[in-house]
Ligand binder design. Sequence first.
Ligand code: NAD
Length: 336
Amino acid sequence: MIKVSINGYGTIGKRVTDAVLNQADMALVGVSKTTPNFEAFQAYKKGIRIYVPKESQKEFEEAGITPSGFIEDMIKESDVVVDATPNGVGAQYKQLYTSMRKKAIFQGGEKPNVADVSFSALCNYDEAVGKNYVRVVSCNTTSMLRTLCTLNKVSKIQKVRGTIVRRAADPKEVKRGPINAIVPDPPSVPSHHAKDVNTVLKDLDIVTMAVIAPTTLMHVHLLDVTVSDPVSKEQVLEVLRNTPRLSLVSGKSKVTSTAEIIELSRDMGRYRNDIYEVVIFEDSVSTRGNEIFIMYAVHQEAVVVPENIDAIRAVSGFSDKTKSTEMTNASLGIRP
Ligand code: NAD
């Protein structure tokens, strides 16, 4: 059993926590909380052990939550810490993980140099096996890498040009925008997403541009991928269909937007309407000679969850990528 703790129980942390609880080879030590808010209460009610900063113990007790200990105690009990604290906070914690000789999984909001390797399960699982520190790349980068490493099986990728339409905020956030504008972010080319893809696919010729749009549901990517040989749309669709962490939706079933994708997820009974898969608009997939065009949607709150689970196994020395991804997929209800 791999003993796992989650430091930072927010959008990503709570989802990774639930996923860890679903793994036959993992045991959850507990989660950290810095304030006794509604998320702390819901976790506590579920029987999840809560660990707190020393100075917050009294505040939690007065609010009716008995902490199981301090954050340092939680880390001490763990084999692997999943750090899902806000951007930059993970790097501050690294010294603690190092001094306590604990392996850690960081998230995409941290700089790449926080870890030994930036990680995408379908692209470079093997590089993370046995490492101490692994960074699961961001939601945008995770989805791009999954898609690109899959398309690379059709024909070797020569170059990628992509446009990213980013959701402005997660549904729970109250202070982010815009609410009435589309904002180039950054207003320069390339956006940082291309650089982040290059942390895993080091030599890939990729340029991305990004805008933020007033929506909370999902990101959308529009990619133009040049491969070595002329390919047909059917060849591309065949490979996409056979990759479990990608799924296709089509206009025939009237799934034509991010709103309908989220509604479909609700109808499927997915917990928190989470979509772990990259959702490809089938009708957008087309080819012209050796160029592939594709549009897909990314549920930013959930897409990195499978990669976090695989990263936990990889740092623990589990070297069978296929077995790990299959176990993760089965546990999360991702089709084989
Ligand atoms: P979040 O704000 O929802 O959650 C962060 C949690 O960490 C909060 O519960 C916060 O209270 C807690 N926290 C803050 N300081 C802490 C400290 N010192 N010790 C312990 N806990 C602390 O953030 P998030 O959206 O889950 O993002 C976490 C990481 O995941 C970031 O690196 C982010 O870039 C990355 N990420 C986010 C998304 C997304 O769409 N939200 C997608 C992929 C990756």
